[in-house]
Design a binder for this molecule. Structure first.
Ligand SMILES: Cc1cc2nc3c(=O)[nH]c(=O)nc-3n(C[C@H](O)[C@H](O)[C@H](O)COP(=O)(O)O)c2cc1C
Length: 345
């Protein structure tokens, strides 16, 4: 190792921080995650929406917040809403804040009332300010030096910062299966969220075949899987690009059938939600699907394959120094042999 190399590393440690996990960071967590609470501020009292919101579309960045059936938000409230991402334990510290800008759309369902928001501000408190600024400076330089291939979603700075904050809250990655005759597809999803006990939302790129398959089949089985098998789940990323779906036999693992609809799901699934699609809405790059949960099965309680933003992992590791090497190795194990996507979506 040359002196110049060492100097560069020292400078990076100083400016960007010593622990620099990947932006899209995989880890295993017991379900449902208990680390972060998402609070909606701006109404009379803060509302816990941890299990009542979902990323709905990547470009533009749109968040869906679910309210009890019949809720009508006042004009005045719609101007001042924000999401606060706070630690659940310890000092309940605020780690990120997204200011919400109502995009004029609300959707009634047979369950919750859904409101859709873009972003008006985004502040992250996971890293020291100097490290955060240097991170965004380095990202700008990389994007300028190595432009993304065409058809990749690139977000304006504010929306990208909001996306990073959204993933302070650990989000399970689901393997969604849908079937049409003898063919179907199984593909990973992280643009999704629980809307209430009976409803679930998920976004699929309009330009890719899974959105068309789900729109036709109107039935989906969504499985979470153990972290241990995250590498197999990650390998299914390219299934988003398979125009005519897949033969079930080609999956790199054994399957079994879901209880209600009999759709193939991974043999090692931890938790399966079977859903009937009630609403579909094109929002931009993604179509947002709202599914009514018709059946739910939990098979076991292993640590679930989840994704968080690397900045939150840096924050977590401050109080868990012994986990640094293992967690970074685990994330790398899942991505091994595949081109890791740089962003979160
Ligand atoms: C872990 C993981 C989660 C993903 N989640 C979604 C999702 O929720 N919605 C979606 O439309 N695509 C999702 N994708 C698909 C990717 O955005 C991407 O389109 C896919 O990996 C194919 O790569 P390509 O676009 O470079 O061909 C996901 C992919 C991976 C690996």
């Amino acid at each position: 190792m040359t002196i110049l190399w060492r100097f560069k590393e020292l400078l990076k440690d100083l400016l960007l921080g010593k622990v620099r996990p990947a932006q899209k960071f995989f880890l295993g967590l017991e379900a449902p995650q208990k680390e972060i609470t998402v609070w909606l501020h701006g109404r009379d009292a803060p509302l816990d929406v941890t299990n009542h919101h979902s990323l709905a579309c990547a470009s533009p960045f749109i968040i869906c917040v679910a309210f009890e059936k019949g809720t009508k938000l006042k004009e005045r409230e719609l101007q001042v809403l924000s999401l606060h991402f706070c630690e659940r334990e310890n000092s309940r510290r605020l780690l990120g804040r997204i200011g919400l800008k109502y995009n004029g759309m609300s959707l009634p369902t047979k369950g919750p009332n859904l409101y859709f928001f873009q972003v008006s501000s985004a502040s992250s408190y996971c890293l020291p300010l100097i490290n955060l600024w240097m991170f965004y400076l380095q990202l700008r330089y990389r994007n300028w030096r190595y432009p993304s291939p065409p058809n990749t979603i690139t977000l304006p700075s504010l929306q990208m910062r909001a996306m990073n904050i959204l993933f302070i809250c650990p989000r399970p990655i689901g393997l969604a299966s849908a079937e049409e005759g003898s063919r179907g597809n199984m593909f990973p999803m992280n643009v999704m969220g629980q809307l209430d006990h009976g409803y679930f939302g998920f976004g699929l790129k309009e330009a890719r075949s899974p959105s068309r398959l789900v729109a036709r089949a109107r039935r989906v089985a969504l499985s979470t899987i153990p972290m241990q098998h995250g590498d197999l789940g990650y390998k299914l990323g390219p299934n988003h690009s398979k125009k005519t779906g897949i033969d079930w036999i080609d999956l790199p693992f054994a399957t079994k059938r879901s209880r209600r609809y009999g759709i193939p799901i991974p043999e090692f699934a931890l938790h399966v939600r079977e859903m009937e699609v009630e609403v579909m809405k094109k929002l931009g790059s993604h179509i947002f699907f709202v599914g009514r949960i018709v059946e739910e099965e939990r098979f076991s309680q292993w640590a679930e394959w989840c994704v968080i933003h690397g900045h939150y992992q840096t924050w977590r590791l401050r109080s868990r120094p012994v986990e640094i090497e293992f967690s970074i190795a685990e994330d790398a194990r899942i991505k091994r042999g595949l081109i890791a996507e740089s962003g979160l979506i």
